[in-house]
Ligand binder design. Structure first.
Ligand code: BT5
Length: 319
């Protein structure tokens, strides 16, 4: 009901909406409407109330709810269905649940806070309330399994572009899934998939970005940063989320139509890994060498000191 009221105010575009028309549209009493408006006020929405004219929405808080994110969103498929949670264990878990229940391509899950946010290999992802973008996007590409890592790289490009377009901050991509500013982690991407034999059933791209975090727990203090720390003032999450979805949709279309090569060039333009000596930690031991590029599959190519070139599918870069 609250969402419906909010939608009516958003559609009115700052004009007055009478209590009577609200109660007619929603088929409930004026008192019930008034109660919901009070609840919205408590969440940070401000309304002007004028006798006989009704209510007018003056300002909205930076809560990335379904209505807020969809208002003005330019993407057509991504974000057509949005599920918002004030608090959740992990948006990834919810995305898997919805995907298994048949949720369509482009479904987005957003939370204000995660109690069990996760990174790769079960590592924890710090996701406090009100400060970050904790979001999962469900994609249903008709692609063979081996192309899946390319979508992590594609998502990283969409995020880096969105950060630059909305805040001017020049973030860089550290292969495969980190987005850094001044060598500190601003954002992490987690791609999980559900597949059968050689075909992807669905894929979930999880994006965790520190937006207005001012202080991190001690274990992250030296390795993490936020947009607020970089810019010096609070940054709005909603336009950033919208731009990520818009860019992701645009790049995904390009990718489906023309394959990985246009994405590869964009990725290389934003990557900070290539041309550097790297130490890679893998499941079975580590590997050292010069990161010379990524190939057409999105695999990292590392030239070892003995001259051999090794293809790296998955690892953590230590330095
Ligand atoms: C990642 O893993 O970087 C992927 C993170 C994905 C998080 C999103 S939030 C929405 C969606 N729902 C989820 O439950 N997850 C996704 P990885 O490369 O494994 O990095 C994890 C490591 O990053 C941790 O071991 C910490 O060292 C560090 N870390 C944890 N929280 C952080 C934060 N908020 N900012 C920066 N670094 C963090």
């Amino acid at each position: 009901m609250k969402e419906k009221i909010l939608q009516i105010f958003k559609d009115a575009n700052g004009d007055f909406v009478s209590g009577e028309s609200l109660s007619k549209a929603l088929n409930c009493s004026r008192t019930a409407i008034w109660k919901h408006i009070e609840e919205l006020r408590e969440e940070g929405y401000t309304f002007e109330a004028v006798r006989r004219s009704g209510y007018r929405l003056i300002s909205s808080p930076d809560i990335p709810s379904q209505v807020e994110v969809q208002t003005g969103l330019q993407a057509k498929e991504l974000g057509r269905e949005i599920h918002y949670f004030g608090a959740i264990d992990s948006t990834q878990h919810k995305a898997h649940e919805l995907a298994k229940g048949g949720a369509p391509h482009g479904t987005v899950i957003i939370a204000d806070q995660q109690a069990g946010g996760k990174g790769r290999m079960g590592r924890p992802w710090h996701s406090p309330a009100g400060t970050g973008i904790w979001m999962s996007i469900l994609l249903r590409p008709e692609l063979p399994l081996y192309r899946c890592p390319q979508l992590t790289l594609l998502a990283a490009v969409a995020v880096v572009q969105a950060i630059r377009e909305t805040t001017g901050v020049r973030a860089e991509i550290k292969w495969p899934n980190d987005i850094l500013v001044e060598q500190k982690k601003l954002c992490g991407i987690l791609t999980e998939l559900n597949a059968e034999t050689d075909q992807i059933n669905y894929l979930i791209i999880g994006i965790g970005m520190n937006v207005n975090t001012e202080d991190f727990p001690s274990e992250l203090r030296d390795i993490a940063t936020s947009l607020r720390i970089q810019v010096g003032t609070p940054v709005k999450r909603i336009p950033l989320i919208q731009r990520i979805l818009e860019n992701l949709e645009k790049l995904y279309k390009l990718y489906i139509e023309y394959g990985f090569s246009p994405i590869k060039s964009l990725w290389e333009a934003h990557a900070n890994t290539i041309g550097k000596r790297v130490v890679l930690r893998q499941l079975h031991g580590s590997l050292e060498g010069l990161a010379i590029g990524i190939n057409e599959e999105g695999t990292l190519l590392v030239r070892k000191d003995n001259g051999e070139i090794e293809k790296v599918y998955s690892a953590d870069i230590e330095n």
